[in-house]
Design a protein around this ligand. Sequence first.
Ligand code: NDP
Length: 402
Amino acid sequence: MSKVLVIGAGGVGSVAVHKMAMNPDIFSDITLASRTVSKCEAIARSVKERTGVTVKTAQIDADDVAATTALIKQVQPRLVVNLALPYQDLAIMDACLAAGVNYMDTANYEPRDEAHFEYSWQWAYQDKFKTAGLMALLGSGFDPGVTSVFATWLKKHHFERIDTLDILDCNGGDHGQHFATNFNPEINIREVTAPARHWENGAWVTTPALSHKQSFDFDQVGPKNMYLMYHEELESLAKFFPEIKRIRFWMTFGDAYLKHLEVLQNVGMTRIDPVIYNGVEIIPLQFLKAVLPEPASLGPTTRGKTNIGDIATGLGKDGKDKTLYVYNICDHEDAYAETGNQAVSYTTGVPAMIGAALMLQGIWSGAGVFNIEQLDPDPFMDMLNKHGLPWQMVELPEPLAF
Ligand code: NDP
């Protein structure tokens, strides 16, 4: 019997809980808690209709460590899956330590007042989790998550040595809105407007946001413009694969998205410092989030596919230089039909369910704080194929030309 407590009732939480309910042999008892309990109840209703499984719900402000600790003690799960926002990571880790329960998330900690994320804050919990004999798994979504598992799997089975790694994240979906983000708008816009950084010859190279553009022809999506960006798995990949000379992350954006973003930036709507409006302090980006479509509402209208994967070059296990590309294609409409959520939530929620399943079954275990690259990729890769995110590998005739 494996009880799980999921915190966060957004698009990702919704997919993860639906997929957990579809695997009752692993997840025998599910509680979903979030700030707005009505969102938990709506997800529980959908899960009941689709699977017949009852999901318990609770209200929680996860910034409140004492209240979260009390909830964990009351529910008594074997694992807390944090699918709230990156701001809550440390508070939920503290609550897990206080209650003596394992922890998992999909995004690294970010302070509210600085558009800056890095693993240092969570890696600082290493000794605490180790001493408590508990496991914290960081970054079990798609990117970070699957993209790091792809790299680990490529190294384990195909490469003596990886020289370069490019992560290509393409969302070829169209939601029919003038401007909307596919996951939490505040987190998404902070990420996209941050300077780009990539890893090259043992150091970070920083360039202005969205200043490097390349075109790539994505399988089942077609040619798209993609932009060099900083993304959090670059930090853990650089740490756990010190041999790799260059690691880059690319994400596709349409011209309309970029035009809107530029205007919003120019007029100050993406600012994260407080401004006074009618005598009240507001954060412009948080106000913007309030008027943009909820990512979870995009499900019914989004058409098209995502294609996300890793291209690695290096010395193959057969002694030859090679370029291998591992990727997953996910269809927005299929994802919606199965869970009521579009593919960006789906491609994050499914790996969250898989990471949780591997921890609950003891297939992934240990004491301390772990990034996903440190764990055996094989059971995760198997579960991707079985639970809705099948992947494929192709050998490219040559490395990327850029
Ligand atoms: P949403 O904004 O849709 O959902 C976030 C949920 O967290 C909401 O239900 C929100 O509640 C809840 N929440 C926010 N603050 C608190 C709090 N203090 N206490 C309790 N609950 C809270 O986001 P997504 O579902 O799109 O994303 C969830 C997470 O997944 C984020 O951390 C995001 O960065 C990460 N992510 C990771 C990806 C990956 O590939 N690794 C890709 C996409 C997302 P309320 O409804 O009240 O606002």
